[in-house]
Design a protein around this ligand. Sequence first.
Ligand code: NG6
Ligand code: CA
Length: 519
Amino acid sequence: MKIVKLKFLLVFTLVFAISCKNKQEKKVAKESEKKPNIVVIYLDDLGYGDISAYGATELQTPNIDALAAGGIKFTNGYASSATCTPSRYALLTGTYPWRNKDAKILPGTAPLLITTTQQTLPKVLRKQGYQTAIVGKWHLGLGTGHVNWNERITPGPNEVGFDQSYIFAATQDRVPTVYIDNGTVVGLEKNDPIEVDYKNNFKGEPTALTNPEMTTMKWHHGHNNSIVNGIPRIGYMKGGDKAKWSDIDIADNFLARAQNYVKTHKEKPFFLYYAMNEPHVPRTPHPRFVGKSGMGPRGDVILEADYMIGEFMKTLKEEGILENTLIVFSSDNGPVLNDGYYDDAVEKLGKHDPKGGLRGGKYSIFEAGTRVPFITYWKGTIKPAVSDAIVCQMDLLSSLATLTGTTDTTTDSKDILNTLLGKSDKGRGDLILEATGKTALRSGDWVYIPAYKGKNLREKVGIEVGNFPYEQLYNVKEDKGEQNNLAKSNPEKLTEMKAIFGKLRGIDYTKGVKEVEFR
Ligand code: NG6
Ligand code: CA
């Protein structure tokens, strides 16, 4: 009797197991028919040489390296610009930022830079059935002029294509130092309203100038207005005490939000713009990362960001969607060491080269301003490779339109989907680069920089920005560090580059225009 029972149990278990397996296979088949989830992981001021996958030897970034090793590592990947706002504008609208005179580093009180009727990447994807969300740094303006931070703040990310948004308004060094959840300041108390002003302080409120003893981080240039958590910021803020973020917890908080979004939205395709804050100033690693890099807070927050990315990837895996998710990893502009605070970034740099052999840095029209780490990763679909193709973040809009079954030809964005997926090694031919209002041309292996007024050295940050009273021409394949100006020795190439540049920028050189300035 016992044996019969056991046999029955065995058969039953077997049948059950087979039926489960079938169901699982069916689920997997369905999964691959589904449009892939898309995640853009965007760092802030991370340089071309700041991660070990791009040659850093003094810092180890194993989680980002795993993306590079398992995906396409682009060696000629670009942000559109050498500063944050214009690069984010290009990423989200597919449009060159120099077409918009307001696309420059914005204060925390700036109105929304993207118009609500403008084409955007999340809008394109939403039309294709995607759920869309941003978690992280926004820095593209909010509202229409005067923002009342105590009411729903609109228009903002939710009005330009994101179903959900959990952001901070500008930068970690700018007020208001609060999180905004779908337009509403998180944790705000009615009896402690927030006021923000970028011109005048509020009567009786301490600043780094009046009360330096209240600061725990010292400002080097700028950054001497309101003090929050001991850190002096740009701009004045009053009230909203309970709503103020804890600086050391920002990375963990954004990670938790990103993970939660993935967990709660995995049934339908989603687009998540995960805009991390590292290694932008003020660099405030959580205590568990303090001292880990031996390079001071700048190195520590790079390791912190790498850890967060590892955790985020674990979540994709645990939720069973890793093989149906395309990840794009990049940075909004090149590196800077001293960006306004004394934080040992210069002193403890050691042998580390954040520029990775390029010239310039953040704010610079030289290559280190805009050439950044750029990785695409899609487990099981993208075959690992290194690509030298020229790709720009601005091209995600058209490329992802194509990936999700539509086309977009309304913007400057180029469809380079096959390149991003490793099926082609052809990138875009020409690309206009931008740095605080100046523009230059990358075309093939060449870079052309017009003559510009002003000093080459931006002294306070110690970066060469590229202003010279004469034109510059570099072959960046042979001369990665832009050391040999070939403008005089190769007049043919110079003429050719100027013709392309003039055409793309709409400049008529026959009218004697020498300098290009758009603001
Ligand atoms: C500059 C700030 C710098 C940083 C930058 C924006 C000063 C002196 N410098 O104006 O610290 O905040 O703006 O960086 O205030 S970005 O990555 O968002 O473009
Ligand atoms: Ca930036």
